[in-house]
Design a protein around this ligand. Structure first.
Ligand code: ADP
Length: 232
C-alpha cells in the first residue's frame, strides 16, 4: 500500500514562482527515497508540503491516508507527531545537553519521567551516542550533533523521517557515519525521504532516486546512481 501519495500536485508561491508542477508520486511504507536536483528544482518545496509547512496550490498529498493539505493549522502538531525531521543545520538547543535535547521533544506529551528516560536512552543508543548524554552541542562534533538531531527526530517512533540535506555541513567520512544511522533507522521500518546534493552518498547507498528538474519529476530510478553527471 502507498504510504505517501502525490496526486497532480502544483505549488505556485505568492510571487508567481511555480516551484512544483503536476507531480504524481507514490512511496511505499519502509522505502528509502533520495530527492535530488539542481538548486531551485523544488526539493525543499516538495519536502515542506509533506510536513505541511507549505500547502499545494492544487492537487492532493496523502500521508498514511491523511490528506495533508486539508489538515487545519491547529491540527498540524498532530500530523508532525507522526513525522521526524532533520535539517542541514541540526537545530539543537545550545543550552541543553544531548539528553535534554532529545527529551525536550517528548516532554510536551506529558509522559511519565521513567518512560521519557527509557525512550531517550534508546534513541541515543540507536545513534551510537549513549556515552555522550551529558554533552552540550558545542562539545560535540558536527556528525555527533546531527546524530543527536536524528535521535530527537525518531524518539517518538515516527512512521516517516524527512531529511533536508542532512549531510550538507559534514565532511565525507562523517556524512557516511550519519547516513549509516539513517539507513539503520530505515531498516527498523521507518520510511525515509531525503533531499540531498551529496552525489557520493547517492552512489554509495543505491536507493530509489527521484530527480526533480524545474519543479517536475524528471526521473525515478529504483536504484539510482550518478555516471558522468547523469543519473542512471
Ligand atoms: P530546492 O530545494 O531544490 O533548492 P526550492 O523548493 O527551495 O528548491 O525552490 C523551488 C523554487 O521555488 C525556486 O525557484 C525558489 O526560488 C522558489 N521558492 C522557494 N521558496 C519560496 C518562497 N517561500 N517564496 C517564493 N518562492 C520560493
Amino acid at each position: 500500500m502507498e504510504f505517501i501519495k502525490f496526486r497532480n500536485v502544483e505549488k505556485t508561491y505568492k510571487n508567481g514562482v511555480n516551484a512544483v508542477y503536476n507531480m504524481n508520486l507514490d512511496i511505499k511504507k519502509g522505502e528509502f527515497v533520495f530527492v535530488i536536483g539542481a538548486s531551485g528544482s523544488g526539493k525543499s518545496t516538495l519536502i515542506k508540503m509533506l510536513y505541511r509547512e507549505e500547502r499545494p496550490t492544487s492537487g492532493e498529498i496523502y500521508l498514511g491516508g491523511i490528506n495533508v493539505a486539508k489538515v487545519k493549522n491547529n491540527k498540524v502538531y498532530k500530523l508532525r507527531r507522526k513525522i521526524g525531521i532533520v535539517f542541514q543545520d541540526f537545530k539543537l538547543l545550545p543550552k541543553l545537553t544531548a539528553y535534554e535535547n532529545v527529551a525536550f521533544a517528548l516532554e510536551i506529551y506529558g509522559l511519565p519521567a521513567s518512560e521519557i528516560k527509557r525512550k531517550v536512552l534508546k534513541a541515543l543508543d540507536l545513534v551510537g551516542l549513549k556515552s555522550r548524554t551529558k554533552s552540550y552541542p558545542d562539545q560535540l562534533s558536527g556528525g555527533e550533533q546531527q546524530r543527536v538531531a536524528l535521535a530527537r527526530a525518531i524518539v517518538n517512533s515516527p512512521k516517516l523521517l524527512i531529511c533536508d540535506e542532512p549531510t550538507g555541513n559534514l565532511d565525507p567520512d562523517t556524512s557516511l557515519e550519519v547516513m549509516k544511522v539513517i539507513e539503520k533507522i530505515n531498516d527498523l521500518g521507518t520510511t525515509v525521504v531525503m533531499a540531498t546534493h551529496d552525489r557520493e552518498m547517492v552512489n554509495k547507498m543505491k536507493k530509489r532516486v527521484i530527480l526533480l528538474d524545474n519543479g517536475k519529476l524528471a526521473k525515478d530510478y529504483e536504484k539510482g546512481s550518478y555516471k558522468n553527471h547523469e543519473v542512471v
